[in-house]
Design a protein around this ligand. Structure first.
Ligand code: GLA
Length: 522
């Protein structure tokens, strides 16, 4: 029902919240990936008003604010362990004696923005693990807490599902409650969710752009290159990149994959790895949220965080995440199309020794025979007739901004299926990523008629005999390659001219274009 109202563009508390055609939340904020700082990676639960103010001063004095780092996010452990008699949240009186509104005022007076942490369940993550008392989560208090945050001047909410309970459908419904509560306050607030902590890793299983501006794709990051985890605690840089690269198609203005707060300047990695971490976050259109102590940065850290070429690539107005061009396990090439027609290309060495990584202008979507390559680390400019290549050290990433030629990035052509009668449904299949031994796809279910439909089923057969490995935003009742996907409770109602999307991953090689796609309504 809420989705239907939103799709129709109803005015909620003074702020029009629209979902665009692809079902993305469009609340006017995070048109490019947010940049800033968060307290958790360095300080964990040990936070207070003085520390946050010192960090705000440091972000201004170091010049980071003026390069775009604006959001100062106060993570877990800021609150009083009990709500007041009216059920309101309050700041912890010994840690934040001035109160949260005053902290927000301090940040705003410095040209910064105020971010805060809360959870949709009963306990925050620190409360769940017993390192902080109380059970002050927003469960059952969504509207009240959203109003409180707006009254304090909060500009960014980090909302963390830190609990093993709940299905992905429960998560979608519950995260949507706070989305709607924030919208109803009329204050523009970046909505950043994490569906993964001590939970099945549901972050990478769906495009959360209809629910939030930012969604974590993995378990928590740590300051290591590779922890050997595929998506478990804790995640290294290489491990997070492996999960997040295939989700590239989800990114757009207002909606970005979140590979977690940065570990640059926290030790645990070489300078080459730290530079790679920043370059990869930049080209993946990830939020650039520093996690180090900004009061004591060494020159290498400052240089990395202040790299203006990479910041410009990250903040490009098209809001696209780099697509994978190639990956042989060692040499990985990613390309991000930019608003002025340039293409940023990352040559990422995942191997243990220096190697030459090469691609071509045509492989990154440019045609022509005369190109300029600007190295994002050295600012050196070179020219090329089409070859893009560099010797890259182990775990290093060379980034070139490639100009010239003409952009020819193909727009994916959806495979249309026969339209149903008015108030029936159609299904459009789209391949999102193909990694040879498996693939990921999205199916958009559309209602071409003028009035709402209630329920849908999409049938198709995987042409290459593959099997589904995970499926989200739908329930598969078919067997092996013969798929019959029904709507979930939250996406069965589709308004006239509206649409819903489900996605899946499948294992196996062979054709990635299924046969016999049909969509039916009950
Ligand atoms: C979870 C989140 C972290 C941090 C902690 C706070 O682990 O993923 O980013 O917010 O909770 O307790």
């Amino acid at each position: 029902m809420v989705r239907t109202l939103l799709a129709a563009g109803i005015l909620v508390g003074g702020l029009i919240v629209l979902e665009d055609q692809a079902g993305a939340l469009d609340n006017g904020v995070a048109r490019t990936p947010p940049m800033g700082w968060n307290s958790w990676n360095t300080f964990g639960c040990n936070i207070n008003e003085t520390l946050i103010k010192q960090m705000a001063d440091a972000i201004v004095n170091s010049g980071l604010r003026d390069l775009g780092y604006k959001y100062v996010v106060v993570d877990d452990c800021w609150f009083d362990p009990t709500r007041d008699s009216a059920g309101n949240l309050r700041g912890n009186p010994s840690r934040f004696p001035g109160g949260m509104k005053a902290l927000g005022d301090y940040l705003h007076a410095k040209g910064l923005k105020f971010g805060i942490y809360q959870v949709p369940v009963d306990k925050t993550c620190a409360q769940y693990f017993g390192s902080y008392p109380g059970a002050t989560g927003s469960q059952g208090h969504e509207v009240q807490d959203a109003k409180q945050f707006a009254a304090w001047g909060v500009d960014y909410l980090k909302y963390d599902w830190c609990s093993p309970s709940g299905t992905i459908d429960d998560q979608v419904r519950t995260f949507a409650k706070m989305r709607d509560a924030l919208a109803a306050t009329g204050r523009p607030i970046v909505y950043s969710i994490n569906p993964n902590s001590i939970h099945a890793k549901t972050g990478p299983q769906r495009n959360w752009g209809d629910v939030a501006n930012l969604w974590r794709t993995t378990e928590d990051i740590t300051n290591k290159w590779n922890t050997g985890q595929t998506n478990g605690y804790p995640m290294g840089i290489q491990n997070i990149v492996d999960v997040t690269v295939p989700l590239a198609s989800y990114a757009k203005p207002g909606a970005f994959n979140d590979p977690d707060m940065m570990e640059i300047g926290r030790g645990g990695m070489t300078d080459t790895e730290m530079r790679s971490h920043f370059a990869l976050w930049a080209i993946m259109a990830s939020p650039l949220i520093a996690g180090n102590d900004l009061r004591s940065m060494d020159p290498a850290t400052t240089t990395i965080l202040k790299n203006q070429s990479l910041i410009a690539i990250n903040q490009d107005p098209l809001g696209l995440q780099a697509r994978q061009v190639s990956n042989d396990g060692t040499r990985r090439v990613l390309a991000k199309k930019l608003g002025n027609g340039d293409v940023a290309v990352a040559l990422f060495n995942q191997g243990a020794s220096t190697t030459t990584i090469s691609t071509t202008a045509s492989a990154i979507g440019l045609t022509g025979d005369s190109f300029t390559l600007r190295d994002a680390w050295t600012n050196t400019v070179s020219s090329s007739t089409g070859t893009i290549s560099a010797a890259v050290p182990s775990h290093g990433t060379v980034v070139y901004r490639v100009s010239g030629g003409t952009s020819s990035t193909p727009t994916p052509t959806p495979t249309p299926t026969p339209s149903g009668p008015p108030n029936g449904c159609t299904a459009t299949y789209r391949l999102v990523n193909d990694w040879g031994t498996g693939f990921q796809s999205e199916v958009t279910v559309s209602n071409p008629g003028p009035s709402a439909i209630d329920g849908w089923t999409v049938k198709m057969t995987l042409a290459g005999g593959q099997t589904i490995t995970s499926l989200w935003n739908g329930v598969n009742t078919g067997t092996s390659g013969a798929i019959a996907v029904k709507n979930t409770p939250y996406n069965g109602t589709i308004a006239g001219s509206g649409s819903a999307t489900f996605g899946f991953t499948a294992n196996g090689s062979g054709s990635t274009t299924p046969t016999g796609i049909t969509c039916t309504t009950p």
